[in-house]
Design a protein around this ligand. Structure first.
Ligand SMILES: C[S@@+](CC[C@H](N)C(=O)[O-])C[C@H]1O[C@@H](n2cnc3c(N)ncnc32)[C@H](O)[C@@H]1O
Length: 257
């Protein structure tokens, strides 16, 4: 029979594991044979966040999931929307730690101040080309002034900061930076695509038909800032099989194109 002390220790362990998965120790990585398995194990993957000291918009859970995907999912990899490179560095570190050679291209539209203008008193839109009347994305004036304006008005711009961050984090050789709208890239299937340009209905409807050109059956698509409503919309464009979610990161396998 278990003593009250043993029961207490068991219950404390169970609670700690539930709220602090890393304490369970590293998972058995050899078990990762499917996206579902990767989804189950990735919360326990140990990732040293100090290796990616780059400003950006990922939560620790999302960063850990991207790192795990880069480490265990097969390449080639395509990222759409690296901004200053938080997600890019994280993916590149996963590729580096995999010990395998995986091609990795990141595509950034590289906006300048000319690409932004107010939509209304509270919101700023991204327009490309600048004279376009169709906004490609929207942010609050506050976020624009705090996070975006200082970067896009800097002479180095987004691409300069991105390349500097990749070099500083020691991953410049792991990733090729490609500048321009991803919709202008030549069609080519990737095994893994991370898109940070599917935030709302506008972006999903505009970008999804183009995204299909970079996917094939078996590819993994990871989308950031995905709400339940976004998943519903994405289902209109893609047929998904196994999937998992880490905060707002939605990761799914394409089963039909
Ligand atoms: C939310 S930010 C990305 C944040 C970044 N992934 C991180 O980890 O912090 C979205 C990025 O997508 C870029 N972008 C938006 N539409 C694009 C397109 N059609 N082609 C290429 N880049 C695009 C924007 O310029 C911006 O840098």
């Amino acid at each position: 029979m278990n003593s009250p002390l043993t029961n207490l220790v068991r219950s404390v362990r169970k609670t700690v594991r539930r709220f602090w998965p890393g304490l369970q120790g590293p998972p058995d990585y050899s078990r990762i044979r499917s996206l579902a398995e990767l989804g189950r194990l990735q919360p326990r993957v140990q990732f040293d966040f100090t290796r990616a000291p780059v400003p950006g918009w990922l939560t620790p859970a999302e960063q850990r999931a991207l790192y795990s995907l880069a480490r265990w999912a097969p390449g080639p990899f395509l990222e759409i929307g690296p901004w200053l490179g938080l997600s890019t560095v994280t993916l590149a570190l996963g590729i580096a730690d995999s010990g395998e050679k995986k091609d990795f291209v990141t595509r950034e539209i590289n906006p300048t101040s000319a690409n932004f203008r107010p939509i209304d008193a509270e919101h700023i839109g991204l327009y490309s080309p600048p004279e376009s009347t169709e906004s490609m994305g929207v942010c609050s004036r506050e976020s624009f002034e705090r996070d975006i304006e200082p970067v896009v008005s800097d002479p180095g711009g987004v691409a300069g900061h991105l390349k500097e961050n990749l070099a500083r984090c020691g991953v410049a050789e792991r990733v090729r930076v490609s500048l321009g709208d991803f919709r202008e890239l030549e069609a080519q299937p990737y095994r893994f695509v991370f898109s940070d340009a599917l935030h709302d209905e506008l972006e999903i409807r505009r970008n999804s038909p183009h995204l299909r050109r970079f996917l094939s059956v078996g590819s993994i698509l990871a989308c950031h800032d995905t709400t339940d409503a976004n998943v519903k919309l994405l289902n209109e464009y893609f047929r998904f099989g196994e999937y998992f979610r880490a905060d707002s990161l939605f990761v799914a396998e394409i089963v039909k194109i």
